[in-house]
Ligand binder design. Structure first.
Ligand SMILES: [Zn+2]
Ligand SMILES: [Zn+2]
Ligand SMILES: [Zn+2]
Length: 212
């Protein structure tokens, strides 16, 4: 039923969710009795050949779509994972993640509004409850100016070696670093040390602007 609910949502994003379109978009089981079960569960109504979500159905569906797209952003930005493997993880994520984890991930990612495919992520309470200001957005270290500080949220690996190289330098999540120089080499200061690296290497570091 969850796969069908998701498919109705996606069909709605680009027009009328007719049975035919929803069926084409759903990658799970499909049968008339399954649809009848969904009607009985109060998730959808079936006026004519359209599948219309009830408020309950819409709420469930928004949660699924939200977790799916947050999962996509997480894999793309933080883990740099793509393809079939990524799709399988996203599917587990959307059907299995508890709300607390969903919220932490949304915060970590800076309350993203779009998935990597440019589709809208339904906002959660965490996105609506407060103004999302600059200190909650995730920025890449290379976008900062000299003297600015950032608290590392994650290291986006381009390779396993690179990830460990940065971690070995002490550049791990939670550390606050200050941009000391940008050219010709990138120099950051943290915990009383100065570390020089190429800009491509620095571009792996993402975090929250730090303004204590
Ligand atoms: Zn799925
Ligand atoms: Zn997407
Ligand atoms: Zn949020």
């Amino acid at each position: 039923m969850e796969e069908i609910l998701e498919a109705v949502w996606i069909a709605e994003e680009s027009g009328t969710p007719t049975r035919e379109r929803v069926r084409a978009l759903s990658h799970g089981d499909w049968s008339d009795s399954l649809l009848a079960e969904m009607v009985a569960a109060g998730l959808v109504e079936l006026p004519g050949d359209v599948i219309r979500m009830t408020d309950t159905g819409r709420c469930r569906s928004a949660g699924l779509i939200r977790r799916k797209r947050l999962g996509e952003v997480l894999l793309d930005r933080v883990l740099n994972l793509k393809g079939d493997k990524a799709e399988a993880i996203v599917c587990e994520f959307e059907h299995g993640v508890i709300p607390e984890v969903e919220k932490s991930i949304c915060v970590l990612l800076g309350h993203p509004t779009e998935c990597p495919h440019g589709r809208r992520i339904p906002p959660g309470h965490c996105c609506l409850n407060h103004e999302v200001d600059i200190t909650q957005r995730i920025t890449c270290v290379t976008d900062l100016e000299i003297g600015q500080k950032i608290r590392i949220a994650y290291v986006r690996p381009s390779s396993h070696d690179m990830l460990h190289k940065l971690l070995n330098l002490g550049l791990r999540p939670g550390v606050v670093i200050e941009i000391h120089q940008k050219r010709p080499t990138f120099i950051v200061r943290f915990e009383g040390m100065e570390v020089a690296m190429d800009e491509e290497v620095a571009a792996h570091l993402h975090g929250w602007r730090w303004e204590p």
